[in-house]
Design a protein around this ligand. Structure first.
Ligand code: GAR
Length: 210
């Protein structure tokens, strides 16, 4: 591959979205993209094992070891720059970061959110809580969104979305799994490929795919 685009995947937990990216890469579906670093916000998470099994360099920058968000964000940027990362993917990264990271990577940070933004997003909506809120409201479809990360939580330009049916007997856990299988694990690798192959333009807070 000529001039691969170096990608860092940031994780906080099980890392099934990281696995979807690893699998897509091994099938040749990330285009010019190359996962070259995994950063976990806490030690011992299973995502680190997934990285190790795939032979991808992984490091822990533990949120608990930094006093405030600014110190933590600075440590992240230092590691990303040291590793010459060009594209940052938040894949179940549940730690708040500040503008130092956005400024270092303008329009180059992607996040996957387990709902159809602007529904069930923003502060406090993460992981199972998103699905609990969707079931509480009684929506008939939910889904997933990949968006560009900007300082306002879950409000950046939308790259890809996919809808998923909500069933009457769903629990937060069954809905979470179906949204992962049918939406997140598909649209996240696809969005990473589009960015890696420079097929994306951002104008007036909207994403255009060329
Ligand atoms: C995923 O469902 C992801 O969309 C969600 O956390 C889960 C992580 O799973 N992210 C958020 O809620 C961000 N607001 P994973 O570690 O197995 O990829």
């Amino acid at each position: 591959m000529s001039n691969p685009v170096k990608i860092a995947v940031l994780v906080s937990g099980g890392g099934t979205n990281l696995q979807a990216l690893i699998d897509a890469q091994s099938r040749g579906e990330l285009g010019q993209g190359r996962i070259s670093l995994v950063i976990a916000s806490k030690p011992g998470v299973y995502a680190l094992e997934r990285a190790a099994k795939a032979g991808i360099r992984a490091t822990v920058i533990a949120r608990g070891e930094y006093g405030d968000i600014a110190d933590y964000s600075r440590a992240l940027v230092d590691e990303l720059k040291r590793s010459e990362i060009e594209l940052v993917v938040l894949a179940g990264f549940l730690t708040i970061i500040d503008e130092q990271v956005y400024n270092a990577y303008p329009n180059k940070i992607l996040n996957v959110h387990p709902a159809l933004i602007p529904s069930f997003c923003g502060k406090g909506y993460y992981g199972l809580r998103v699905h609990e809120a969707a079931l509480e409201k009684g929506v008939k479809v939910s889904g997933a969104t990949v968006h560009i990360v900007t300082p306002e939580c879950d409000a950046g330009p939308i790259v890809l979305q996919k809808a998923v049916e909500v069933r009457p007997d769903d629990t937060p856990e069954t809905l979470q799994l179906r949204i992962m299988q049918e939406a997140e694990w598909k649209i996240l690798p696809e969005a990473v490929r589009l960015f890696s192959d420079r097929k994306v333009t951002v104008k007036d807070n909207k994403v255009y795919i060329n």
